[in-house]
Design a protein around this ligand. Structure first.
Ligand SMILES: [Zn+2]
Length: 57
């Protein structure tokens, strides 16, 4: 999957939770820019879901 921003084909790295619109899947550089807006939460996407479950050991 690639970044939701126009003219950007970098791979998706972060899901932005945006209160005033739908969530947006973007690359890391765009997440850094868009995530600066008030109320936006940047949620890094971890491809290795299994590792996430084991991380508290
Ligand atoms: Zn991008």
């Amino acid at each position: 999957m690639t970044c939701a921003e126009d003219d950007c084909d970098r791979p998706v790295a972060v899901e932005l939770h945006i209160p005033w619109r739908d969530n947006r899947l973007v690359c890391a550089p765009h997440a850094r820019v868009l995530g600066r807006q008030d109320g936006v939460v940047a949620d890094p996407i971890v491809e290795r879901g299994d590792d996430l479950l084991e991380s508290d050991r």
